[in-house]
Design a protein around this ligand. Sequence first.
Ligand code: SF4
Ligand code: SF4
Length: 328
Amino acid sequence: MRDPRDPLGEQVEIVVASGKGGVGKSTIAAVLAVELYRSGYRLVAADADAEAPNLHLALGVDKWDSVEPYYEGRVAFIRRDICTNCGICAEVCPFGAVEVRNGNYVINEWICEGCLTCSFACPVKAIRYRFKVKAGEIKVAGTRYGFTLVSGESMPGRPNSGKLVTEVKNRAKSLLGRSGVLLVDAAAGIGCQVISSLTGAHIAVLVAEPTPASFSDLKRIHKLTKHFMLAPMLVINKFDLNERFTKVIEEYAEENNIPVVAHIPYDENVPKALNMGRPLHEAFPGSSAAKGVLEVVSYIKKEVLPNWRRWWSTYKPKKPEIYVPIIK
Ligand code: SF4
Ligand code: SF4
């Protein structure tokens, strides 16, 4: 018998993802977060797009309760008292981080990835490292809707934003506690931030538009969700802009056992709601797009969360998609 005050009894991680950017992920994530929380689920939202975070904008968060620096990695510098200006470090640096300034070789800290190559090559061992470089920030805010938002923001030029996303998720999980929904708004693409978003998650809400570019990116992100054994559902946004291509995406979903849970029409109210800093269904409750996004909420509330493990086992891949690195 489930405890009505704790209907899940464990953490369930739902990731809103799309291969392509600008297809409405944050709009959908904001509405999902507000409505699942209102339905009685404990919930923490995590913005896992550390290079372009915007879930806080969709939720109207303009003040953070805490902002903590995130330190990671190292950058090289040259000891002037040892360097002989031979230029070998500039030749070997794979990132072009070594520059000549005023006749001396110096390392541009914005570009340096701390890969150690130059220090192995330097004949006089003149290269040293600064550790604990500020790579970003982890921000936490209580939203006006009652749940907490954790967001990451990487510093310009710093590598490893995937690790920052992992930290953001870990912080969100610890704030969530033993059970509830962790709702993750992933970055676009299939890079390290997205991989960090999908790692350990259970359910993917994949968002696509009926365009060849979005369909191609959908297939790439779907492949990644199969590698991490997530059960996917599909939302087709702006479906009415190209109904022929919507059909193509629907056929792909059917062939791949992905339930299509909502068709959202094109609606000019979507960018207006973002500009107002309000979730779409709050800003324009009767709009056609808001109704479409609420179909996603309704599906998750009715079909997924009452017995999410059964739903997951119905739609998860039969076996993980194997990733084989191609090495030349
Ligand atoms: S540590 Fe790597 S990236 Fe940085 S300057 Fe040296 S070779 Fe270039
Ligand atoms: S390789 Fe070493 S000695 Fe040569 S320019 Fe670079 S830091 Fe200076």
